[in-house]
Design a protein around this ligand. Structure first.
Ligand SMILES: O=C(O)CCC(=O)C(=O)O
Ligand SMILES: [Fe+2]
Length: 264
């Protein structure tokens, strides 16, 4: 059976999930069609909204880390807010100020992933197993290729075992934006979250990526917007919070929590 091992090296909060800094060696057994392998990466997770509440907990080394990371998270957050506004407009929810307010006050989690060079001889492979993100949107910066998304074009979205993996190229000076599970819920299934993975890479350099997860607040229940529910499109999901999604993710079930919350 799949299982997860997380080694927490540093933690700082009474609410474990909101611990402002967490350095983790993340290992997960991934079931491939013909074998089981252990996938590993190192990650540093930081919270970044409100920035002034969290920045004091961030690493101090190198000495310009907080300043540079602070600048990046501020800019990426502005972009997230801008994109969320555009997405709301695309759903004819431009006037739903409570949703924008929820997003503005929401959780911004930044995860820096390090995939060390992959050694042919090791039985531990370096990568990230197939998953979708818990976020509303994720904005990703990557140093080198390795990321793949599942093309669901001719596939029922409930079944992530089928479909074709497509490599995402690394484009210079660009960011990638992913739809996460909570946008699928909020949009009542109009936007679909992206199933993705990082395949073991065999370069001599480490691969670094920085994922910014934009969410509502951790205990805010996300439900399909009532404006998007009608006879033709009945309510598709029950509500869930980010905390629910994060807790469930660590239990490593093969389906997404939101799929267990499907009403139709
Ligand atoms: O490293 C990447 O490119 C993606 C990482 C990822 O999917 C995640 O942190 O959720
Ligand atoms: Fe991801």
């Amino acid at each position: 059976m799949p299982e997860i091992e997380e080694e927490t090296l540093e933690t700082n909060s009474r609410d474990e999930m909101l611990s402002p800094v967490k350095l983790v060696r993340f290992q997960r057994r991934a079931q491939r069609t013909d074998s089981i392998e252990v996938l590993q990466r190192d990650l540093l997770r930081l919270y970044a909204n409100p920035l002034e509440d969290f920045m004091d907990f961030w690493p101090k080394n190198p000495s310009d880390y907080r300043e540079k990371m602070g600048r990046y998270t501020k800019e990426v957050r502005k972009l997230g807010i801008h994109l969320f506004g555009a997405i709301m407009e695309s759903l004819n929810l431009g006037g739903a100020t409570h949703l924008k307010e929820n997003f503005n006050q929401g959780m911004h989690m930044v995860v820096a992933n390090r995939y060390s060079p992959y050694q042919e001889s090791s039985n531990i492979k370096i990568g990230a197993p197939p998953h979708s993100d818990h976020s509303i949107i994720t904005i990703l910066l990557q140093s080198s290729p390795g990321l793949q998304v599942l093309d669901m074009a001719d596939n029922n979205h409930d079944h992530h075992n089928n479909g074709t993996w497509k490599a995402i190229p690394k484009l210079e000076a660009s960011l990638q934006v992913f739809v996460g599970d909570h946008l699928e819920v909020l949009s009542n299934g109009i936007y679909k979250s992206v199933w993705h993975r990082v395949i073991p890479i065999s370069t001599s350099n480490a691969r670094i990526s920085m994922a910014s997860f934009h969410n509502f607040q951790i205990d805010e229940i996300v439900e399909p917007a009532k404006e998007l529910i009608d006879n033709d499109r009945p309510k598709k999901f029950k509500g869930s919070s980010v905390r629910d999604l994060l807790k469930y993710a660590s239990s490593q079930k093969p389906v997404r929590l939101i799929d267990t919350h499907r009403i139709i």
